[in-house]
Design a protein around this ligand. Structure first.
Ligand SMILES: [Mn+2]
Length: 325
């Protein structure tokens, strides 16, 4: 049950003067699109806004936000603090300690989360947090600001893989259509998000072919990437995002998993999973202490080597992996 309505959120935003909008660490198009659209719409009605994210914005998503983000800001008291697409305080990264206890409103759509804010608006059915932000902006009298409309479109398009993933609903399409009618530059956004790849990032294809382990008679593909492999190809974590989608795309695969050593951290291994309809990968992620959605989830494994991390992961699969057909 939501402890606040979108109307109430809109009126809180309208009565605040300074609004701090928090995005999650390792930001994606949804959290960035939500923050940018709120910031633009609020700036237009004379509000002061600050968008914060604890880490650098990936180059490929910079077109949504430009240099809008800061990594920290001063608090003067009396500001309204809101977070978007954030399931738990930990997702605020290094901003957690300072800001998590004072978040007034949390907007989210992750199934597994913590109601850590004073007011939490969580809609599991929403394909993207952007759908909720759309409702809030509608309550405020939807903005004509094309940057805000485009950022919101980017939020929807990102989290649905360009309206391809199973989380996409008729409502997602209707909101997107409405945003396009009002002037969101959909073709440019989708081209930037899905049809543009750096030459460097294309090296994930040979890396995938070299490192893919075929498990469960081809129903699971596991790709491992160590820091030394990333280093040899000048890849950073952001370049690897597509690997998990790629490992699910293989014919016959129900689950694609990427296990990568975290940049600059030898003992931390990030697990990203994408599944088809027969596998609920959020169960596997939850078993490993992580979370996410039914078809896309992740977790972190602490291990002394890649081999140990693979063992922990394959043990987790033995415990939790169910093929529903
Ligand atoms: Mn999201």
């Amino acid at each position: 049950m939501n402890s606040i309505t979108t109307e109430k959120i809109a009126s809180s935003l309208k009565s605040a003067q300074r609004i701090i909008i928090l995005s999650h660490t390792n930001p994606d198009g949804d959290t960035i699109g939500c923050a940018v659209s709120l910031a633009c719409a609020l700036n237009d009605i004379g509000k002061e806004t600050v968008c914060l994210c604890d880490c650098d914005i990936p180059t490929r998503l910079k077109f949504i936000c430009g240099d809008l983000y800061k990594k920290d800001c001063e608090l003067f008291g009396g500001e309204l603090i809101i977070c978007v697409d954030v399931a738990s305080p930990e997702m605020l990264g290094s901003l957690c300690e300072k800001f998590a206890p004072i978040v007034e409103i949390r907007i989210d759509h992750h199934k597994k989360g913590t109601d850590f804010a004073k007011y939490n608006y969580v809609d599991y059915e929403a394909a993207a947090a952007g759908e909720i932000v759309f409702e809030i902006l509608t309550c405020m009298g939807l903005t004509q600001n094309t940057k805000a409309l485009s950022a919101l479109y980017a939020a929807l398009s990102s989290d649905t893989g360009c309206f391809k993933y199973s989380n996409t609903t008729a409502k997602t399409h209707m909101i997107a259509a409405y945003l396009i009618t009002l002037g969101a530059s959909h073709a440019e956004i989708d081209e930037a998000l899905f049809e543009t790849k750096s030459l460097r990032s294309l090296q994930i294809y040979p890396l995938f072919l070299k490192n893919c382990r075929v498990l469960y008679e081809g129903r699971v593909n596991l790709v491992t990437v160590t820091n030394s492999e990333k280093c040899a190809l000048s890849l950073v974590d952001g370049d690897l995002e597509e690997l998990s989608a790629l490992s699910r795309q293989v014919e016959g695969a129900d689950l694609g998993i990427v296990l990568r050593q975290k940049d600059g951290c030898e003992t931390e291994f990030k697990v990203s999973m994408r599944s088809r309809k027969s596998v609920n990968c959020s169960l596997i992620a939850a078993y490993l202490g992580g979370g996410g959605h039914i078809r896309a989830a992740g977790a972190t494994i602490i291990a002394s080597s890649m081999n140990e991390a693979v063992n922990i992961l394959t043990d987790a699969l033995k415990e939790t992996l169910i093929f529903e057909n």
